[in-house]
Ligand binder design. Structure first.
Ligand SMILES: NC(=O)C1=CN([C@@H]2O[C@H](COP(=O)(O)OP(=O)(O)OC[C@H]3O[C@@H](n4cnc5c(N)ncnc54)[C@H](OP(=O)(O)O)[C@@H]3O)[C@@H](O)[C@H]2O)C=CC1
Ligand SMILES: O=C(O)C1=N[C@H](C(=O)O)C[C@H](O)C1
Length: 242
């Protein structure tokens, strides 16, 4: 039984996570939201899970380091500075950062990498995601994770090949680009389609999240796996043995 502290506890994911922690036989050691004491929560926890917002990240990492416990970062919308802070924290405590904790997306990322490596650069890659109307970041963390998997498969850098938010007279598609489109509406928990568009044929790999429990259960698995590990930066692929 582990004592798991929730950062962003009043949010949609925080509430789903509390249910998943209890269903798995663990204890919710407490929860914090904006402006609350994360260091105090860390002191009474065996691990922290962060589903909050990017401005909270530095305090959350410091709290995990201060208490010497692992942290799973599920918050999306992170930039290069956030990733650098995660790398630094991972020298001291175990850290798992992912844009999607579900088993399905973790497997999908492997399939996307494989398809991208086998299909070659004349197959255009376009990633389309749809989420609920309350989502604040785009493209989703999952779309970026899938873009990175495609870029790895192709042996290119995602940053150098991203085409996002096309509008107006864009000119033709850049050769070798990985495109992103984000739709928002209703209560969609999360949909991701990765299109491989070749000459006169198309392959689409899809993941549909039907509710948030798939993310919450994956996060609990991640935490169970992280507790007792050496410091380091880990992935959901390692957790799920994929
Ligand atoms: N990795 C994954 O598998 C998944 C990741 N996510 C990501 O998780 C994050 C949360 O999503 P969701 O639950 O839908 O969002 P919500 O807006 O429902 O919840 C976010 C919660 O975090 C709180 N919060 C905001 N700022 C801070 C802060 N500085 N310190 C502590 N708490 C804070 C909010 O409080 P307040 O309302 O006061 O701002 C709110 O309670 C998003 O980045 C989302 O993309 C979501 C699903 C799965
Ligand atoms: O904000 C959400 O809801 C989700 N966020 C994550 C993302 O940005 O990919 C994961 C999931 O798709 C739901």
């Amino acid at each position: 039984m582990a004592r798991i502290g929730i950062i962003g506890s009043a949010g949609r994911m925080g509430q789903a996570l509390a249910d998943a922690i209890e269903a798995a036989g663990h204890e919710v050691s407490g929860g914090v939201d904006r402006g609350e004491n994360v260091a105090g929560l860390a002191d009474q926890s065996d691990a922290l899970v962060d589903f909050s917002a990017p401005p909270a990240l530095n305090d959350n990492l410091h709290a995990a380091i201060g208490a010497g416990i692992p942290i799973l970062v599920g918050t999306t919308g992170l930039d290069a500075n956030h990733h650098e802070a995660i790398d630094n924290a991972a020298r001291v405590v175990p850290v798992l950062q992912t844009g999607n904790t579900s088993l399905g997306v973790t497997l999908l990322a492997h399939l996307v990498q494989e398809a991208a490596s086998r299909l070659g650069p004349d197959w255009d890659i376009e990633i389309v995601e749809m989420h609920h109307r309350m989502k604040v970041d785009a493209p989703s963390g999952t779309a970026i994770l899938l873009g990175e998997a495609a870029a790895r498969g192709r042996g290119i850098s995602l940053a150098d090949h991203t085409e996002s938010g096309r509008h107006g007279h864009t000119g033709r598609r850049a050769e070798g680009a990985i495109g992103f489109a984000a739709l928002r509406g209703g209560t969609v928990a999360g949909e991701h389609l990765v299109h491989f568009a070749g000459d006169h044929e198309r392959i689409t790999l899809t993941h549909l999240a039907e509710n948030r429990m798939i993310f919450a259960r994956g996060a609990v698995k991640g935490v169970e796996w992280l507790i007792g590990r050496e410091p380091g930066r880990y992935t959901m692929g390692q957790v799920l043995g994929l």
